[in-house]
Every structure is written in C-alpha cells, then in structure tokens.
Write a new protein. Sequence first.
Length: 390
Amino acid sequence: MIKREIAPQVWSFVVNDWNRRLFDSLIPLPDGTSYNAYLIRGREISVLVDTSDAAKIPEFLTALDNEAPVDFVIGQHVEQDHAGAIPAVMERFPRATLLCTPKAKGMFEDHLHIPPARIRTVADGETLPLGGRTLRFVHTPWVHWPETMCVWLEEDRLLFTCDFFGSHLASTDRDAVDECRVYEAAKRYYAEIMMPFRGQIRNHLDRLGKLPVRAIAPSHGPIYPKPAFIFDAYRDWVSESCKNVAVVPYVSMHGSTERMVQRLVGRLAERNVTVFLFDLAVTDLGKLAESLVDAATVVFGVPTVLAGPHPAVAYAALLANALRPKARYAGLLGSFGWASRMVEQVQGLLSNLKVEFLEPVLVRGCPRDADLEAVARLADQIAERHARLL
Ligand code: FEO
C-alpha cells in the first residue's frame, strides 16, 4: 500500500497487485494492476472515493487503521476490483453512508450485499459541500458498466474517474511520468473494456473536457498531471477515423493458412499498409484487442476444423465482435481438407462489426500459385480501400 498526499488533505491509497496476470478470468495483465482509492477531508465532512479489490481487503483495512472515520464512501463503480472492500470499510466505519448513482444502488445491494438503508443515491450534477471544498457528481454511464460516475473536486480541480482513463499498471510512480508506457497500458485497457461504448465515451469526453481539470485521478494506474495527454489519446481512440492498419489474427495447423497469411502480410507491406500479425496459438489477446482500436481492416486466417473455423479463431472473432472495433473492412482466408463452412460461420460471428466483407480466399489443401495470387489481390483491395479512407 502506498499512501500519498496528492493535494492538501487529499490522499491516494494505491494497492499494487504486481503479480495479477488475468482480470475477469479473461484479460491478460502483463504489468499487473493497481487499485486506487482516495481520501478527501473537508472541514466538516470526509469521504473515501472507491476502495480496493476484495483480495486486498486486509492490506486496505490496515492502511485505514490510523485514519479518522469517514462520513461517506463513494462507490463510483460496482465492479469488485474497486468495490470489493466496501462492505469491510462500511463495517470499519459504521456511521458511513455509501453514495452512488441510482443505477448503482440495486447493483451494490446485489453484488456486495450492502444494506439499502446505508446507501444514498446522488443525482447527476449534485454537489456535496465538505467544508471549504465541494464535490460534484458527474454521471458517466457505460464506462464500462451502466452505473458508473466520476467525481469532481471543484476547488482542487481534481477529477476522479475510476476505470475511465485508467491503466492496468502496477507502479510506484504517482504520476504518469513514463508517458509511452502509460499510453500503451491505457490504450490496451480502453480496448479491452471501453471500446464497445465509444459513442457514450465521446459524449462524456465532451462534457468532462469543459472542466478546468488540473489532474485526473483514476482508480487503476498513475495519476495524470497533464490531463490533455489522456484526453487527446481518448479522443483519438473514440473518433471514427481509422489508421492505415490491417490486423491479421490467424492459426495454422499444417502450414497452408500460414503460407497465405505470409503472402498477405508481404503484399500489404509492399503496399505500405501497416500490419499487426497475431498467431492465435501463442498471442496475447489484450495485444490483439489493442491493435483493433485504430485498424481499418481485420483479416482472419482460418483453417477448417470439422467443417467450421478453428476454435481459436472462432474465439478471437467472438471477442472482436464483442469489442465492436471501428474497422471498415474484414477479410477471411484459409484452407480446408474436404469441405468447409468456415466463411459463413466466421462472418456470422462478426455480425456486430459495421464492415464490408472483402472476397474471401478459401483453398482446398496447400495453396498453389494461383491461390497466393488471389491472396495478393485481397491485399491490393485492402490497400486501395485504405487509400480512399485516408
Ligand atoms: Fe476496474 Fe470495471 O473495474
């Protein structure tokens, strides 16, 4: 636990989870993560913004041992990595009330079993005077659950955002000083949970962007003392403009699909299209998700298994479909032994994507020169469409 005073009478409590390698039993965490809570003391009222993951309750409670009680615990988000310690904190401070959005109230009751009598909901824009300083609650639904909100500390111009702008990054740095590292982690985090809600996030950026923010304090990863850094990054990610990038997730069982994929990558490179290639047998799906944030095209390389797509590709397609990237074009190439319904099945898995499906290249057995020429033509189509986009 790292406790720091980040402004007069405002402290961060950072629990680094250095060795966590998976979130939601789904998302890889190559750099661990942190759970950040914030204690704000006014002259009359004290609040605790968020808590910690349930797995870190003992560490979190120990950090609160010498703290005077708080009047309110603010639950910006119900997910257990921030709210997991709320029941224990409410027990530690029996006079405290939990503040949350109306949408969050029932969720706190269901997920954390917080008694309804100890919850008070706050309206969008409502203020809470603490004595000498003022909190304002800003509802920001769907980043990335429906109940989420931010908290604005007006006099100090601090914006507390929970997952919004966060990064899965265990770090001893208080601030985002290593911007390259934080950018990468924040983009990856955006891709994994925020990307499906691009439209809502764009609206929140417009609204929050009007505040004279001095620093952004998320509940994962370091603080942003230069808010423009992460605001600008988010504006880019949520925009409708794509980059000249093709993402190629694939699997190959006996080398046929691999040969086609390599021909595709070579030709795209010759045509100056940036390619991110992922062998799904070994790749990190978080990295794949991150690459989908900007890409104009995604091409799946798919061997046929029992007449359908290789399950590893089906899984990646299901994930891409759930993340709803802004790609404009999608392609399929692959091989089969005797029969295949791979194309229609994979296209069916990608029904959320607003893409033009390019002519697939499906080969029986090992690709011949004519098949590789068809792959090259697919690459040419991609390059030509990208040229029209940019
Ligand atoms: Fe960091 Fe959605 O929890």
